[in-house]
Design a protein around this ligand. Structure first.
Ligand code: ADP
Ligand code: MG
Length: 248
């Protein structure tokens, strides 16, 4: 027996009615790697992301995380096992401050169902929120109301909140969407840093953006697995080129 992969996706499909957004995808992920899932618009990337994060149950197939079958578990079970996604703007309290949002996310870890947090844990959560805001470059904005942040700053806040759960696996769907070139560069730098300590799977439409930072790429096309390999492999893959040229 070989050791189980960190994350194992086996024959996973997701249908919407008769439409197959994802067809029989089998792929596995090693720990502490930065992998990008790429492909043209409509390739099934977000569907794959939603299946990995537990937001969508696969129509067929199974997902194993650290050797355990997690297929069909509730989203909070994914979170409890250490799988976090950064696109969680729905969990952000827009009228609270940047710091309060991250503090609440940090508190969730020890007191998920308790209204009262003991004083020492509150202190820890406050300190942790400060450290996370420092990490994502938002410490200067800690007392701002979230509603007053720029788009790119809100995306950074989502990452700080995702990190508050100390995830083993961090999933991101187009983290630089809508960002300025400066914000994009800063976000890419942050992602590289984050991937030094945990497994990161990044969904990205713009192939060029991830070529320089990822150890491995997986290419989807029409909901099917098309190719995987190093940036070098993918750059030299004729089928991948054709698919990307085809979209104009
Ligand atoms: P990508 O993120 O690569 O652009 P998506 O995973 O969002 O692709 O979508 C893949 C295909 O599945 C698209 O054709 C899209 O219209 C379809 N699709 C995605 N979500 C749904 C849904 N909830 N219902 C019906 N069709 C969907
Ligand atoms: Mg998408």
């Amino acid at each position: 027996m070989t050791a189980p992969a960190f994350l194992d996706v086996r024959n996973v499909s997701r249908h919407f009615g008769h439409f197959k957004a994802l067809s029989d995808v089998t792929v596995s992920f090693a720990p502490n790697q930065l992998t990008a899932i790429i492909g043209p618009n409509g390739a099934g990337k977000s569907t794959f992301f939603n299946v990995l994060s537990g937001a969508l149950t696969p129509t067929t197939g199974e997902i194993f995380f650290q050797g355990q079958n997690i297929t069909g578990l509730a989203p909070h079970e994914y979170a409890r096992r250490g799988i976090a996604k950064s696109f969680q703007i729905t969990n952000v309290f827009k009228q609270l401050s940047v710091h309060e949002n991250v503090r609440v996310a940090a508190q969730m870890r020890y007191s998920r169902f308790d209204i009262l947090t003991p004083r020492h844990q509150l202190r820890e959560a406050i300190d942790e929120a400060n450290a996370l805001l420092e990490r994502v470059g938002l410490i200067q904005l800690r007392d701002k109301t979230v509603a007053d942040l720029a788009h790119g700053q809100q995306r950074s806040l989502e990452i700080a909140m995702a990190l508050a759960a100390s995830p083993k696996l961090l999933l991101m769907d187009e983290p630089t969407a809508g960002m300025s070139p400066q914000e994009t560069t800063a976000m890419m730098d942050l992602i590289v840093e984050l991937a030094e300590e945990r497994t990161v799977i990044l969904v990205e439409h713009k192939m060029k953006l991830v070529m320089g930072i990822c150890e491995r790429l997986i290419v989807l096309h029409h909901g099917e697995f098309l190719a995987q390999g190093t940036p070098e492999d993918i750059r030299n893959n004729d089928e991948v080129r054709r698919v990307y040229l085809g979209q104009g």
